[in-house]
Ligand binder design. Sequence first.
Ligand code: HEM
Length: 448
Amino acid sequence: MQSYLAPSSFTFLSFPSQKPINKTIPFQSFTIKSSIDKTPTTKPKPTTSSKTTSWVSPNWLTSLTKSLTLGSNDDSGIPIASAQLEDVSELLGGALFLPLFKWMNEYGPIYRLAAGPRNFVVVSNPAIAKHVLRNYGKYAKGLVSEVSEFLFGSGFAIAEGSLWTVRRRAVVPSLHKKYLSVMVDRVFCKCAERLVEKLQPFALDGTAVNMEEKFSQLTLDVIGLSVFNYNFDSLTTDSPVIDAVYTALKEAELRSTDILPYWKISALCKIVPRQIKAEKAVTVIRKAVEELIVKCKEIVEKEGERINEEEYVNDADPSILRFLLASREEVSSLQLRDDLLSMLVAGHETTGSVLTWTLYLLSKDPSALLKAQQEVDRVLEGRNPTYEDIKDLKFLTRCITESLRLYPHPPVLIRRAQVDDVLPGDYKVKAGQDIMISVYNIHHSSQQ
Ligand code: HEM
């Protein structure tokens, strides 16, 4: 199926959007069509793809990169993977995790991908991954921040150092248990009911439905209401804000695969059509969020609202925005806007992806699907779920965990070394080295 849904900047280098396969899999009265059961060992067919924007570059560029960036005396002890264009040309646009898996089988749990102007050390070993992720300060967000700064600004998803610590500490208290309970009841269930209503006619006449698209719309609606108390209503309507969100997410994805990061030159951003479009999209999103902040601030001021208990929730507006404003913490409106956008982007495609993969995997395993349905029927007895019910939905929770193991989102985590370092196993990395932790490889490796 064709999908316009781009992985978020946060989850760029993500799983591919599904394309049709020959099989149709009955799922109650729906039909699910997908190509996502492509196995990682599938050898991509050589092709003369016209797409040349991937950072995985042709041989000559890879060789040039090796000589320019590594020199002749590479003493890192890290094997160099030979990235052939044919390995990836069919997969450009998102399914990078497949060749990464193939190369892990060829080169081992750590290898260097000398690819165009970017040269990554790809890690598929838990001890090395832990070392990189735990040594905060020695490793920063690097490329993730570079490609999504145009959208996130100084939001805490890409912030570093003391700004990150301060903003993270400010936001976390809003995500307390009572907030989640209220959200399950007032947002998750309501949005899910709306989706069920939308699906009903298709179920009745047996029409195939693009569930990836539907889940993405559902999660956008959920995150909009949970974070800003703003109803995108994307299940029902098209709006300039929704279009802008997708344009911006697509741009972040494209930036992560551009061979030359020309968008770092601000003059070029004013004349290149793709950049003009992206800038317009970000303006639309920021304006919408800024207006929501102004409106909410006015209400909080007028009501003299202040947080007076640990698990505070405003009954009329239980959103994170309202909590943060009522906490009266000193923060500029721009920082607040960027933090809220961080949550919107980071929480949208991730949850959409988990729902899509879990449903897909259940549809492929009728006995697991039946067991999950029986558990839901037994625990809920026909009513809507509450937050408390989650602990009793044990099998369903394990299905989601297994889906996250098989298809983790994001499939890779990106970091950049800030200082020279030695990784477990005595592999040397230099300051500035980009590192890609393949969560997918770790989850799929027979060695772990
Ligand atoms: C099942 C759904 C989700 C998955 C699988 C997921 C996965 C992740 C992962 C792996 C990271 C770490 C990324 C890294 O270190 O490079 C992360 C961070 C983050 N996630 Fe999620 N996430 C999910 C849902 C959400 C939701 C619903 C929100 C917002 C309400 C959210 C907001 C964030 C933010 C803001 C960060 C950055 C945190 C920081 O740097 O301090 N995520 N997520």
